[in-house]
Write a protein that binds this ligand. Structure first.
Ligand code: 5GP
Length: 229
């Protein structure tokens, strides 16, 4: 079960100085290798800091036990995904270990238009695409304490076939080598520490992370409401 304690640093504790100047697109990209714990951090923030708006990606990967359509991902067919990509409805997308993942453009654009912060949890290839479009974003890399720990997490979570695990480990080696492309690296020794550091960095960069009054629905508008289908 996730702890439901609020993030201390988002409640007015002193935040570090911004890493960069104030930016037009207030995007924070959380990236790093598969199984490093990005989605655990995102899930913890949904509970502890629900006012931080998170993009919900579309994927062709089947749901894992406990995942809900519209919360962790929008689960779509390959045809639906390709249609969205072809129509320019994805801000970025990438193939990862045999599946496709992409960020729906419309809800993120809405945040940008409102000058409001948004958090994207995506792979390194996706982060590079966001950098090409919105170079002023804040790019955060989540690293495992050790390579052995990453291997252990990937194998022990028991959600992938042996083939998929090897593909993800191969991808992870390349992704780890990309850490110096990011503004800052956080080492995932504790989910709570990473959440607090992430919120502190976002607060330092963007000030208030509160959602707009009409965005307290937990996941933002569904795909149909976004005009994506
Ligand atoms: P998983 O299947 O473990 O949920 O995700 C596999 C990888 O895809 C992870 O590194 C995750 O961060 C990444 N990912 C999730 N959503 C997106 C997205 O919208 N775009 C890109 N490029 N990668 C994503």
């Amino acid at each position: 079960m996730l702890a439901a304690e609020p993030c201390e640093l988002s409640r007015g504790a002193p935040a570090p100085a911004p890493l960069r100047g104030q930016t037009p697109a207030r995007l924070t990209v959380l990236s790093g290798p598969s199984a490093v714990g990005k989605s655990t951090v995102a899930a913890r923030l949904r509970v502890t800091c629900p006012w931080i708006w998170q993009s919900v990606s579309v994927t062709t990967r089947p749901p894992r036990p406990g995942e809900e359509n519209g919360r962790e991902y929008y689960f779509v067919s390959t045809e639906e995904f390709d249609g969205m990509a072809a129509r320019g409805e994805l801000l970025e997308w990438a193939s990862y270990a045999g599946n496709r993942y992409g960020t729906p453009r419309a809800p993120v654009q809405l945040r940008i238009d409102r000058d409001a912060p948004a958090l994207l949890e995506i792979d390194v290839a996706g982060a590079r695409q966001v950098r090409a479009t919105f170079p002023e974003s804040l790019f955060i890399f989540l690293a495992p304490p050790t390579w052995e720990e990453l291997e252990r997490r990937l194998v022990s979570r028991n959600t992938e076939s042996p083939d998929a695990i090897s593909q993800r480990l191969e991808a992870a080696r390349a992704e780890l080598a990309a850490s110096d492309e990011f503004d800052i690296t956080l080492v995932n020794t504790s989910v709570d520490d990473v959440c607090n550091q992430l919120v502190a960095l976002m607060t330092a960069q963007y000030g208030s992370l509160e959602r707009d009054a009409d965005e307290h629905d937990g996941t933002g508008p569904g795909l149909a409401q976004q005009g994506i289908h």
